[in-house]
Structures are given as C-alpha cells and as structure tokens.
Design a protein around this ligand. Sequence first.
Ligand code: UT7
Length: 329
Amino acid sequence: MKKILAAITGIGGYVPDYVLTNKELEKMVDTNDEWIKSRTGISERHILIEPGKATSDLAVAAAERLLDQLQIDPMEIDLIICATVTEDMSFPDTGTLICHKLGAKKAFGFDIHAACSGFLYALTVGAQFIQTGMYKKVMVIGADKMSSIVDYTDRATCILFGDGAGAVMLEPSTDGNGIVDSALYGDGEGKDVLYMKAGGSLNPTTHETVDRKEHFLFQDGRPVFKKAVAGMVSAVQEIMTRNELTKDDIDWVVPHQANMRIITSVAGMLDMPLDKVMINIERYGNTTAATIPLCLWDYKDKLKKGDNLILTAFGGGYTWGATYVKWAF
Ligand code: UT7
C-alpha cells in the first residue's frame, strides 16, 4: 500500500484593512522610515483596529477564504489547529472558538503556542492525524493579533509586528505530494530575550504588572537575530541532507518573516538565490504564526504541483525548525 502523506490542498490568507505605515510610526515613537526599512525591510503592517475583534476573527476570515476556494462545508472538517501567541483568552482555546464561529460542529480544535515557529509545529502535528488515517480534513491556521501585545511606545518592537492569519487544509494523498519531513526544535534558554512576562501562572496579572508594562512583548533583538539565522540554516540543512536534496532540487524556501536581513543571511548561507525565497515582510511586518501561511497565500499562483518547498522558522522560546513540503495542487 502506498504511503499516505498529508497534502496541503488549499490556502487562505487574511490581513485586516487598516495599514500602519512607517510614516505613522514616526509620529508615535522616535524612529524613521529609513531606519525601519534598512534595519528590517518593513514598510507597513496591517492592524486589526475594530473593537471586539480578536485573533479568532482573523483566523476565521482566512479559514472562510480557504473553504470557499475548496468548496468544502465546515461540517466536513475533523480538526482545527490554531498556532498563535495571542489567543483570544487564556481559555477556552482559540481553536475551539474558531470551530464555533466557523460552524465546524463536528470538529474539535486546540492551540499550539510556539511563537513564530507555531505554524510549523501545528502543520507537523496536523499531518500526523492524516498520516495515521484517523482524520480526512485537518485545518491548520497560523493567526496572531500582535497589536494586542505590542507596546506602541517602545520603538524597539512596535515597528516590527503586524496582524494577520493564514489557513491551510490537510487531506490524505498517495501521490508523493504532501508534508514529507520536519525537523523541529525547542530550547527554553531563550526565555529571557523574547517573552511576555506577566499574565501567566508565574506572574499573574496585578495592578503592578500592568503598571510595569509586563503584558507587552519584550525582545532583546540582537541575540535573537544571531540565533535565528543559525537555527533556520541548520534546520534547513538537516532536512536537505536527510531527504537527499541539493539546492537545485528546491523550488522555494519559505522563511519566517521577522527581518529582511535575517532572510537574506539565511538565503546567503544556504547559497539560495533570493528569487527562490518567498518574501512579503515589506507589506505585513512580522505576523508571528501567520508569516509562513501568508507567504504561501501571496505566492500561491506561482506554485506548481510537485514543487519542493522548505518552510523554516525561528521564534520565542526558543523554537525553530524546517518542514519539507511537496506542493500538491
Ligand atoms: O520573530 C521572532 C524572532 N525575532 C527576530 O528574529 C528578530 C531578531 N532581531 C532583529 O530583527 C533586530 O535585532 C531588530 C530589528 C529587532 C533590531 O535591529 P538591530 O540592528 O539589532 O538594532 P539594535 O537593537 O542593535 O539597535 C541599534 C540602534 C540602537 O541605538 P544605539 O544604541 O546604537 O545608539 C537602538 O537604540 O538602533 C536604535 N533603534 C532604533 N532607531 C530608530 C532601535 N530601534 C529603533 C527604531 N528607530 N525603531
């Protein structure tokens, strides 16, 4: 019997309408368009400004586009996995709320909380349910409303992040296309350079934690930068070696979009021409778990069945990895 792989059979993406430009940020903090563009590659990011809207709304908007494209009824979905660090609330899970909002009444959902690597973790977990034959339709979503945890008085972080979501459907395939392999890693040594200090069981919310701005994301960018380049390069190389792929076999590298300089460093160290690297950081900034599916969404018309894609990410934790996907449609 032929091996069952989890094929990505569709992709949906969504960013909210409001665009926060570098020029707008110049009015909010001591920064400038030239610094932001040259140090990060970002020109603008989309922000969910409507009151009462959350990460699950971004996710549902992406999921609806996906279902529309595939002409699939929500009742056919078995499982929804949502990668996010900006869950609607501590509990219930965002995945559970997405099932409800989408009308996926036969599905269950849960969250994966692996920061910028969340989509790769979720994709790999979702693929297992397909490969074992347990489920036929698993939706994997990367969604983050980063604006809800960004301090718009901190110039070191507020210029980086945006809001967005991307969703893929995983279904069984036996033609060799699908999620072939993943190399995923995590190491809590990164907990002091990229984190949100309060609001969890270690530092529950108090008036003092709010006053000390501990409910905002904190990042010490330089050490994260170095680790990100090294982590993504080594994970991609591991996947290439294990699957006997040369750089010429790879059609697309799909890197997490945190910084254009990280992307070009990774591409350079892998000796990969930039025209094989998906890049959209200029328009969206860092949307955390959503960067990789938003790249797939933006580039979907350039992808062909059988293309070899290596997705790679690095994020808070630290978490990092690479996933080899043979494009299925
Ligand atoms: O997605 C999860 C993983 N995250 C990442 O991969 C992000 C990794 N880190 C980075 O992308 C970069 O480190 C940053 C974009 C966050 C920062 O760039 P950098 O080149 O590492 O700058 P820096 O933090 O070393 O700061 C350089 C200078 C500093 O001034 P001094 O001390 O040299 O006088 C900063 O105060 O730039 C200053 N600076 C700014 N200036 C204008 C920092 N932020 C800004 C700003 N506008 N927004």
